[in-house]
Design a protein around this ligand. Structure first.
Ligand SMILES: Nc1nc2c(ncn2[C@@H]2O[C@H](COP(=O)(O)OP(=O)(O)OP(=O)(O)O)[C@@H](O)[C@H]2O)c(=O)[nH]1
Ligand SMILES: [Mg+2]
Length: 364
């Protein structure tokens, strides 16, 4: 999974990026245009260790998330498309956008628009992305119409039709994520990586002083969750960054003092998983215990394919049980004797927390 961190200039994007990715990218001075910070971070999961103990695994491997941090989105981005095409192109490859909006007041950090107004920022970035998508739609439509004006190839006609729907939607100022496209229609435009089609996580960046009001702020901004595939979280990025640099015991003491429950990192990941409809499954054995990510609704064969492409083709069955059952039993033989280990076939839909042992045909 890859998440792009976007927002207006100087709102705390790189601060959020450093917190999430335990990274050290430069904060403060404007992230220069064209600069792209990339990092991969582990997804913390308390379920890995008990599994590794049961299997006596030599190592544990968590799932990972890739983060991308780019320069602030400004009003010039579409007009100066060439300058920012690298940034936009990078963003087109992500699975979801985390839009950082500034709520913290700090006179030493001027806002490019002269005042702190998170809703205005949400609207202006959304407008920029709408225009960027519209530009691609129009260019592509022009080209398709010229190329196929005398031919009636069904594939191209379909693409023209879907792009016209996109154009109408964008011209109304609406994002594409609200469009209810059929799977085959969605496939036709997937390659464009439209920004307004991507799931959106709005990250409200508050100051330490605003922590007491965090619930009210969240409640206020949850109105954006009425939009399809949009979620909102509130976090104090600068404080979280300081927290992420402490060791574990200090973090716990500090969080208790601040009345923080889960770290921003955990909430961010949880919300992203929900937004992207992702689940975690595990594999475990003497060599390695590992967490993997899968889309809700995907099957045991898809899970096999995540582990190894050949595995999907050679799939026979999956010996399956839930993490809860395995850990409660303490061993595979115990779980088997209790009848908790199930043989599942190709079409089995993997569930959150499943532990899978994939049996594959060695001669395949
Ligand atoms: N007071 C306060 N300052 C913050 C907070 N988050 C970020 N800042 C400050 O705001 C400034 C900009 O932070 P960055 O993380 O570099 O912001 P950015 O959005 O990446 O900026 P650009 O990449 O230049 O668009 C820095 O001086 C940060 O220390 C916060 O929660 N509270
Ligand atoms: Mg930055």
């Amino acid at each position: 999974m890859k998440i792009g961190i976007v927002g207006r200039p100087q709102v705390g994007k790189t601060t959020v990026f450093n917190t999430l990715a335990h990274s050290n990218a430069e904060i403060g001075g404007y992230t220069s245009r064209g600069q792209i910070n990339l990092s991969t971070a582990n997804v913390p999961d308390d379920r890995l260790k008990p599994l590794a103990e049961i299997s006596g695994s030599e190592k544990t491997t968590p799932a990972t998330i890739d983060y991308v941090d780019v320069a602030g989105v400004t009003k010039s981005d579409v007009e100066q498309a060439e300058l920012d095409s690298g940034m936009l192109a990078e963003l087109r490859t992500v699975d979801a956008l985390a839009h950082v909006v500034r709520l913290f007041e700090d006179a030493s950090v001027p806002h490019v628009d002269g005042s702190v107004d998170a809703e205005r920022d949400i609207e202006s970035v959304s407008l920029e992305f709408t225009l960027a998508d519209l530009q691609i739609v129009e260019n592509r439509l022009d080209r398709l119409r010229k190329q196929f004006q005398n031919q009636k190839l069904p594939e191209q006609q379909n693409e023209i039709r879907v792009l016209e729907t996109c154009q109408e939607t964008l011209e109304k100022g609406e994002p594409l994520r609200g469009l209810n496209l059929a799977a085959n229609e969605e496939k036709l435009i997937r390659g464009y990586g439209f920004l307004t089609q991507k799931p959106l996580l709005i990250v409200c960046n508050i100051s330490e002083a605003q922590l007491d009001a965090a619930d009210e702020i969240l409640e206020h901004f949850t109105k954006y969750e009425a939009e399809p595939r949009t979620a909102v979280i509130v976090l104090a990025a600068q404080l979280e960054l300081e927290l992420s640099q402490l060791d574990e015991t200090d973090t716990e003491i500090f969080m208790a003092e601040m009345g923080l429950q889960a770290s921003a990192l955990e909430r961010f990941i949880q919300t992203s998983y929900q937004l992207l409809e992702l689940l975690t499954f595990f594999t475990t054995g003497p060599v390695e215990t590992r967490a993997w990510t899968l889309q809700e609704g995907q099957t045991a064969v898809d899970a096999a394919g995540r582990i190894h492409t050949d595995f999907a083709n050679a799939f026979i069955r999956s010996e399956t049980l839930s993490w809860d059952d395995l850990v409660a039993c303490g061993s595979y033989p115990e779980a088997r004797s209790k009848g908790l280990l199930r043989a599942e076939g190709k079409t089995y839909q993997v569930q959150e927390g499943d532990v899978l042992l994939i049996l594959a045909n060695p001669t395949h």
